[in-house]
Design a protein around this ligand. Sequence first.
Ligand code: ZN
Length: 108
Amino acid sequence: MWVIDIRHWLNDEQTGPGAPQLKSKVAKLAEIITYATARDSDLVTGDPPKCWRRPNRKPCTGRLNIHFTEDDRIYWICPICDDDGIIDGWHGLIWDISDYNDEDRVVH
Ligand SMILES: [Zn+2]
């Protein structure tokens, strides 16, 4: 299992990847954070993010099961390939929409 403190992968402003090679990883984690916090706030969300793994060099077709751990980290697991991990350090980042109130609510 991966345990990732996403802040270690971000730039100084904590708005994007800290290095070019982290771009796709940060984008995927951001997607997971947004999904988890939106659902937790009862905002409408679409399908869960797709799995990012490529077992046997083929894209995995799984959609991630995402939930919060008891210590408020975000856990994901793919039902197809069993890839799983935990995201820490996501509170207050631009992808954390759990602090949104009704006035700020944006529905895409
Ligand atoms: Zn998978």
